[in-house]
Design a protein around this ligand. Structure first.
Ligand SMILES: Cc1ncc(COP(=O)(O)O)c(C=O)c1O
Length: 429
């Protein structure tokens, strides 16, 4: 089959499967489970993945070289179509479709090996971190420890509480000493430390932090562990059951390729039983009587999905998990590592380039952050964008002056090699 016709054959088949699943108004937004790939589209006869076919399931312009999944991930066609079809159906029947959340919740919970009752579907990681920070009932003098590599969405919620109520935020500098983070934490926690809020994978250098050990440390000292999994979800496999954090938050619109404005919030059981939700309203309540003044909150994470929600993006989110599941998160992770490693190997010999991301598999996956001697990272990124439609992220946090490249599954080897060429040309200029 010729390239063009095969491409449309695959898209057509996926789309027809989708149409079948939503054809009746009753099954409307419910039945995305039927959305599965045909094996021959994905798997080669020897069991390896046909990445060329996967690439064709996205709509990124062929001229756009997007190496910035860590900022925003494009959604594949089936996710876009599920979302759009859901918008149409909601408006056709004028329904709210709050129930649509449940299927997505169950799918997401299974994907990260957690209990659906402890998982809320929210807008993004920033919302999740604010909900946790503002619900924890921290008092002046209570200490929260962060690392110097936290994103503004993961750190500003704590800094604002420091400004507003006088909690103490301690920031440990981990740049270049990521492997010592556990010892650094051990050496500074005190009786005042109530929270350690830390990334699973840092947004700066793409470093996988030893969160399993950090969570254990927290448990030992009765400290709440808040894990920002925004860069981990969809980049590597995440297993909440094994990690057992107090809280785990993530945006789903990066490596998971979900609709923009989707995120997850995992909460521990004590918190669900003992802490009122930040926002009270419809769907947060177990019992409500306006006249008698009764309001009790649900002991279920769904209480964070207050009021009318954006059901179509949650339908799309469910399909994005199906998409990754069908390929297999292990395959996705391995492919990202393969592309990142190809890039790293080819730029490493250049004396003017310093790579900040560890090459050890336990410490990094699909992201590579590097510096180019005597070059300003923001200037390099904006020129690459302007001159060749190539998107990388300038890492200015912590005065790093570095460049971050993300390698997701819609990228191919040729694009990696072209990027290598561009970076080496800049380094040598
Ligand atoms: C580690 C981390 N946390 C939080 C965020 C904030 O994500 P959002 O803007 O989706 O809330 C980001 C965004 O890049 C991030 O990388």
């Amino acid at each position: 089959m010729k390239k063009q016709s095969r491409r449309y054959f695959i898209k057509d088949k996926l789309w027809k499967g989708f149409i079948l699943s939503v054809f009746s108004p009753i099954s409307t937004l419910a039945n995305h489970d039927k959305l599965s790939f045909e094996n021959e589209d994905i798997f080669n006869k020897n069991g390896t993945i046909n990445w060329k076919n996967i690439k064709e399931l996205f709509t990124l312009a062929s001229t756009r070289k997007h190496f910035n999944t860590a900022s925003i991930g494009p959604s594949p066609i089936i996710v876009q179509k599920a979302t759009i079809e859901s918008i149409k159906n909601i408006n056709k029947y004028a329904i709210e479709n709050h129930k649509a959340v449940e299927k997505s919740r169950i799918k997401l919970a299974k994907f990260i090996h957690s209990n659906p009752e402890q998982l809320a579907l929210i807008k993004n990681a920033t919302e999740g971190m604010n909900i946790i920070a503002r619900s924890m009932n921290l008092k002046p003098g209570d200490e929260v420890i962060l690392t110097s590599e936290e994103h503004i969405g993961g750190s500003a919620p704590w800094i604002s509480l420091q400004n507003e109520i006088g909690i103490k935020v301690t920031v440990i500098d981990i740049l270049g000493k990521e492997e010592k983070v556990l010892d650094l934490l051990k050496s500074i926690i005190t009786n005042q430390t109530k929270v350690i809020s830390i990334s699973h994978i840092t947004c700066t250098t793409g470093t996988i932090l030893p969160i399993k050990d950090i969570i254990q440390l927290c448990k030992k000292h009765q400290i709440q562990s808040v894990i920002d999994g925004t860069q981990a979800l969809g980049q590597i496999s995440v297993n909440i059951e094994k990690l057992q954090p107090s809280f785990y938050i993530a945006s789903c619109h990066k490596w998971l390729f979900g609709p923009k404005g989707t995120g997850i919030l995992y909460l521990n059981k004590d918190f669900l039983n003992d802490t009122p939700p930040l926002f009270a309203g419809a769907y947060t309540d177990q019992k409500f009587d306006l006249i008698k003044g009764i309001y009790t909150y649900k002991k279920h994470a769904s209480r964070y999905e207050y009021g009318t929600i954006n059901a179509p993006i949650l339908n799309g989110l469910e399909v994005s998990v199906t998409f990754i599941d069908n390929i297999g998160i292990d395959h996705v992770e391995a492919r990202g590592r393969e592309l990142a490693s190809r890039f790293r190997t080819k730029i490493t010999p250049n004396q003017k380039i310093t790579i900040l991301t560890s090459s050890e598999p336990s410490k990094s996956a699909s992201m590579v952050t590097f510096k180019i001697k005597d070059k300003n990272s923001s200037t390099v990124c904006s020129e690459l964008r302007k001159n060749s439609n190539t998107i990388l992220r300038s890492v200015t946090e912590n005065k790093m002056n570095a460049i971050r490249a993300s390698f997701a599954i819609y990228i191919d080897e040729k694009e990696v090699d072209e990027l290598v060429y561009k970076i080496l040309t800049i380094a040598n200029s």
